[in-house]
Design a protein around this ligand. Structure first.
Ligand SMILES: Nc1ncnc2c1ncn2[C@@H]1O[C@H](COP(=O)(O)OP(=O)(O)OP(=O)(O)O)[C@@H](O)[C@H]1O
Ligand SMILES: [Mg+2]
Length: 360
């Protein structure tokens, strides 16, 4: 069993706290994605698992072994980078074979493992080529091949697909997921693309500013975001957030330009928590839009209409609020006209206006 565990790990570079007191377990045989904005410490975290950085404080375990003092080459982890890092003067065969040659494995074994790996990745016909004779997607496969051929305990992947075009990226992420399932190797996959993190991961870790914000199944992180940062970082277009106050006797959420009757259960829980300054959260896809007045709908002005392909992204204006909503393409609306909107109450989120934490 090879889980990777961090205990109170901190890494500082001078005054910069790159990773701040991180404790978490990357589960055995699972693919865990780590996502967060640029500079939040993802690469540093990965490099500490690889042994390329030493924690300033705390412990890193691979399996049951404390590895803080173990050099990278003795950790049996394989890292795949964004830049592929292939050797330009070597053939594809030798690029894949490199880690085995470095370990002085017998010739026959090397030949068999490279051939098997190439077959698995469907690149057998490329083995004699040089990296410059490959497409970006092919280079990425070879970089993966070089990681797989070692039969490591852990895969570490740092934005491995970000040099590929959008279509190839979507294809390759499915391939990586399939491969990881097949091989059953514990994998930590770093990306700043929240859509990629959501679709590929068994578990999702969100980082911000060096800290681990939350860990969970992608669906639960999406449907019950722990705070307003996670709520707006995960999901695109982002969740709408409205700041206001609770008029608890009437159960009304009130802003300068909106009065919204909250479901009774929400008012009760919010009152119990003693919060009065609130942030109401609703995802664009959880807003129902009509072009006629209907019971319980609020009047808005259509501020902008954007085509997303299969649906429309509407910007609806109520006083100082601009609320993003998804609507079917056949709805008849025009910019500057009126639209009627209603929140799906089962999908509403209430955050504490002081702490940003989820209340209900
Ligand atoms: N060797 C280093 N020396 C000094 N500061 C560093 C070093 N490596 C990283 N940092 C700083 O630590 C913080 C975290 O960097 P890191 O590369 O881990 O972020 P990241 O989440 O991978 O970002 P990105 O999405 O842009 O790759 C940043 O503020 C960065 O400038
Ligand atoms: Mg990085």
């Amino acid at each position: 069993m090879v889980e990777v565990r961090l205990e109170k790990v901190t890494k500082t570079f001078g005054k910069v706290i790159a990773v701040d007191n991180a404790s978490l377990t990357f589960e055995d045989k699972k693919l865990t994605t780590v996502v967060g904005p640029s500079g939040c410490g993802k690469t540093t975290l990965l490099r500490m698992v690889a042994g390329l950085e030493t924690p300033t404080q705390g412990s890193v375990y691979i399996g049951d072994k404390l590895v803080n003092e173990v050099p990278p080459w003795d950790r049996n982890v394989a890292m795949v980078f964004q830049s592929y890092a292939l050797y330009p003067h070597m053939s594809v065969f030798n690029n894949i074979a490199f880690p085995l040659k470095a370990r002085k494995r017998p010739r026959e074994e090397i030949k068999k493992r490279v051939t098997d790996t190439a077959e698995l990745l469907e690149v057998s016909e490329l083995l004699d080529r040089k990296p410059r004779e490959l497409s970006g997607g092919q280079m990425q496969r070879i970089a993966l091949g070089r990681a797989i051929v070692r039969q490591p305990d852990v895969f570490l992947m740092d934005e491995p697909l970000s040099n590929l075009d959008a279509k190839l990226r979507v294809y390759m992420r499915a391939e990586i997921k399939k491969l990881q399932r097949l091989l059953g190797v514990t994998t930590i996959y770093v990306t700043h693309d929240q859509a990629e993190a959501m679709t590929i991961g068994d578990t999702l870790v969100v980082m911000n500013d060096g800290k681990i914000c939350c860990i969970g199944h992608p669906d639960s992180v999406y449907s019950k975001p722990k705070d307003t940062f996670v709520a707006t970082f995960i999901g695109s277009p982002a969740m709408n957030l409205l700041e206001g106050n609770l008029e608890s006797d009437k159960g009304l959420f009130v802003t300068e330009s909106l009065k919204y009757k909250l479901p009774n259960s929400m008012t009760r829980v919010t009152k119990e928590k003693g919060a009065s300054k609130l942030i109401l959260g609703i995802r664009p896809e959880d807003i129902i839009v009509e072009n006629f007045k209907a019971n319980g709908f609020v009047k808005t002005e259509v501020y902008m209409i954007e085509q997303l392909g299969r649906e429309l992204l509407l910007s609806l204006k109520i006083g100082q609020h601009i609320i993003k909503a998804i609507a079917p393409t056949d709805i008849k609306l025009e910019i500057g006209g009126v639209a009627w909107m209603k929140f799906d109450e089962t999908k509403l989120h209430v955050f504490d206006g002081k702490t940003d934490g989820l209340i209900v």
